[in-house]
Ligand binder design. Sequence first.
Ligand SMILES: C[S@@+](CC[C@H](N)C(=O)[O-])C[C@H]1O[C@@H](n2cnc3c(N)ncnc32)[C@H](O)[C@@H]1O
Length: 256
Amino acid sequence: MNWQSFLDTFHNRRSGITEEIFIRSSDQDGLNPYQWVEKATPKRGDHLDLCCGSAPLFIDSAELSVVRLDRSTGELSRAHDRGADGLVNGDALSLPLKSGAFSSVTISMALMLIQPMHQVIGEVARIMRQDGYLNIVLPGGGPFLGFHDLRIYRKIAKYGGENTLSFPNGRGVRTIRDEAAKVGLAESMDDRHTFQFIAKSKLDAELFVDSLYLRELPDLEGDRKVKDKIIDEILKKGTMKIPLRMLGFRKVSFPV
Ligand SMILES: C[S@@+](CC[C@H](N)C(=O)[O-])C[C@H]1O[C@@H](n2cnc3c(N)ncnc32)[C@H](O)[C@@H]1O
């Protein structure tokens, strides 16, 4: 199964799982990752939440007109159930949206997944207005984890049959910068935040493991005893660090 089919199956089966993890997580100021993103986004204008998932972002932003696009019908149906509007079923590789229509765009926890990445960035630049803002949220990576968290992440990766948890585009920050510059997007921000996911129950701890894109679909399931041990370890620890990185870009005239 290729990554895109895996993602489609995963998000239709486990719709809303990213939100379930992020709303149980907070930084030292008590903000969850979505509140961090909203703080960094213009409060007015025409916004595209690309790969919106269950639509956790900008639900209460009255002055922002939001289009929410995803290719998972499962995620969109959860978004619809919560009353989110502006929902579009579409693909980030070929946006069914007018050129120059958006003053801001968010891509939260998705650009590391979709290939070819340069095509997504090209599409985003096309639908952005001159001077528009783009915020991209990505996993922040291992160096920002302590020893104990890193050890548990490694065990989860091993349970999923990998040495480390990885994504099709890696975290691709250098490539993102290069590809963005080619289409007139100049970097305006590079921020890092570490959030603590709080596991209050076995269910929370299992949700955390399940959210990490392990190849756990039918016929691919790992050893249940190994998973149970990891779940117990997370529960005993009580929290797991989630390091995130937010890159910001501004659409400018060429050359960047
Ligand atoms: C990790 S989730 C993030 C969801 C949401 N942005 C959040 O932060 O909670 C990744 C999302 O990307 C969507 N996705 C994956 N590939 C896509 C594609 N080619 N076009 C549009 N959406 C895609 C998935 O369906 C999923 O909802």
